[in-house]
Design a protein around this ligand. Structure first.
Ligand SMILES: *Cc1c(COP(=O)(O)O)cnc(C)c1O
Length: 327
C-alpha cells in the first residue's frame, strides 16, 4: 500500500482513467450493471443497463467530483470552488468540496426548484440564487470566481471530470467486454468522451453512440459540424439541456464517437416508463435517453449497453410518468 496521496493526471488516456478509478474507488463502490429478460424481449436483443441512478447523489457526476477533489492544488483548496448549475453538476461540486474539506459556492437561477437547492445545501455548499436562467447564474458565478478567488468548476471543460466520469465506462467494459453498441446520453459530452477513451483501449469493436434531445441539440450539432455550435435548448430533460458545445469533450468525441442520435422528449418519457416496468428502475429523463435511442432503431444489436445516468426525478416528473401510463 502506498501512503502518498494519489494525485490524478489530467492526460486523457487509459492511464488517466485507471488512476481516476483508484481515486474514485476509494469513495464509491462500483455500480451494478444488469440485464432484464422482459426488457431484452421487448428490445429484441440483450441490454446491459448500467445503474448510475444508485450513486449517493443520484447521478454519475459524483465520479467527476470525487476525482476533481483529489486533483485540487493546496491553493485551490484554500480558496474553494464555485460553479453554476441547477442539477447534478451542482450536487457533484458540493460533494467534491465536502470531500476535500473546502467551501463550494453554487449559483442557481431563480427557476431552480427548491428540492434541488435543498439537496445542494444539505451537502454543505453555499447556495446563491441569482438571475432568471442558467446563463445569468453562470455569469454571476464567474464574477464571484474573479472577486473571491474561487476555483471555477466547468461542467464540461475539465479533464479531471472527464477522467472521473470515464470510470463508469471502465467498470462497464470490464464487466461486459462483449458490448456491440453503447448508448451514452450527452449534455456537455464528458461521459461520452470518457466512454470513447475506455472503448479505444478495452473494446475497440464496440460502437459508442451519443444521444441528445431533438429540443436541445447543441452537442449534436457541434459534433456533426466539427465546430462549437449553439442551439436553442427547449427540452424538459434537464441533464441534456446544454445550449452550446464544450471544447474539451468535443475534441475527444470528434474522432471517438461513432454516431449521434437525437430523440424526442416524449420518446424519452416512454423509455423512462419502460425502465420503471421492465427494469424496476426510476430514471430521470437523461437517464432514460439511452434506452429511447435503442428503442428507436429498426433492429436492435445483439448486445447493447444503456447508461441510466441518473435518477434525480422530481415528484412532478414521477407523477407525469404515471399519468402517461394511463394514456
Ligand atoms: C450531466 C448528465 C448527463 C449528461 O452528461 P455529460 O457528461 O454532461 O454529457 C446525462 N445524464 C445525467 C443524469 C446527467 O446528470
Amino acid at each position: 500500500m502506498t501512503t502518498t496521496p494519489l494525485r490524478p493526471t489530467t492526460t486523457l488516456d487509459l492511464d488517466g482513467v485507471l488512476r481516476a478509478a483508484e481515486v474514485v474507488g476509494r469513495v464509491l463502490p462500483p455500480t451494478p450493471s444488469w440485464s432484464y429478460p422482459v426488457l431484452d424481449r421487448r428490445v429484441g436483443g440483450r441490454v446491459v443497463v448500467k445503474h448510475e441512478n444508485v450513486q449517493p447523489t443520484g447521478a454519475f457526476k459524483v465520479r467527476g467530483g470525487v476525482n476533481l477533489a483529489a486533483s485540487l492544488t493546496p491553493d485551490e483548496l484554500r480558496r474553494g470552488l464555485v460553479t453554476a448549475s441547477t442539477g447534478n453538476h451542482a450536487q457533484s461540486t458540493a460533494y467534491a468540496a465536502r470531500l476535500a474539506g473546502t467551501r463550494a459556492v453554487v449559483v442557481m437561477p431563480e427557476s431552480a426548484p427548491a428540492v434541488k437547492r435543498e439537496a445542494v445545501a444539505a451537502l454543505g455548499a453555499e447556495v446563491v440564487v441569482h438571475g432568471p436562467d442558467l446563463g445569468e447564474a453562470a455569469a454571476h458565478a464567474r464574477a464571484l470566481a474573479a472577486r473571491e478567488g474561487l476555483r471555477w468548476v466547468s461542467p464540461g471543460d475539465d479533464p479531471a471530470i472527464v477522467l472521473g466520469h470515464a470510470t463508469l465506462h471502465l467498470e462497464l467494459f470490464t464487466a461486459h467486454p462483449d458490448l456491440e453498441v453503447l448508448f451514452v446520453p450527452i449534455g456537455s459530452g464528458t461521459s461520452a468522451a470518457g466512454a470513447c477513451l475506455v472503448r479505444d483501449a478495452l473494446a475497440p469493436h464496440c460502437r459508442v453512440v451519443g444521444v441528445q434531445s431533438s429540443a436541445a441539440r447543441a452537442a449534436h450539432d457541434s459534433w456533426r459540424s466539427g465546430t462549437l455550435a449553439s442551439a436553442p435548448c427547449r427540452t424538459r430533460i434537464a441533464g441534456l439541456a446544454t445550449c452550446a458545445g464544450y471544447a474539451l469533450p468535443q475534441s475527444v468525441l470528434a474522432a471517438g464517437l461513432d454516431d449521434f442520435l437525437l430523440v424526442d422528449d416524449d420518446d424519452v418519457d416512454a423509455a423512462a416508463r419502460v425502465l420503471a416496468t421492465d427494469a424496476h428502475t426510476l430514471a430521470e429523463g437523461a437517464g432514460a435517453a439511452s434506452l429511447a435511442a435503442l428503442l428507436s432503431l429498426p433492429a436492435a444489436p445483439a448486445v447493447s449497453g444503456v447508461v441510466v445516468s441518473g435518477g434525480n426525478a422530481s415528484l412532478e416528473e414521477l407523477v407525469a410518468l404515471g399519468s402517461g401510463l394511463a394514456r
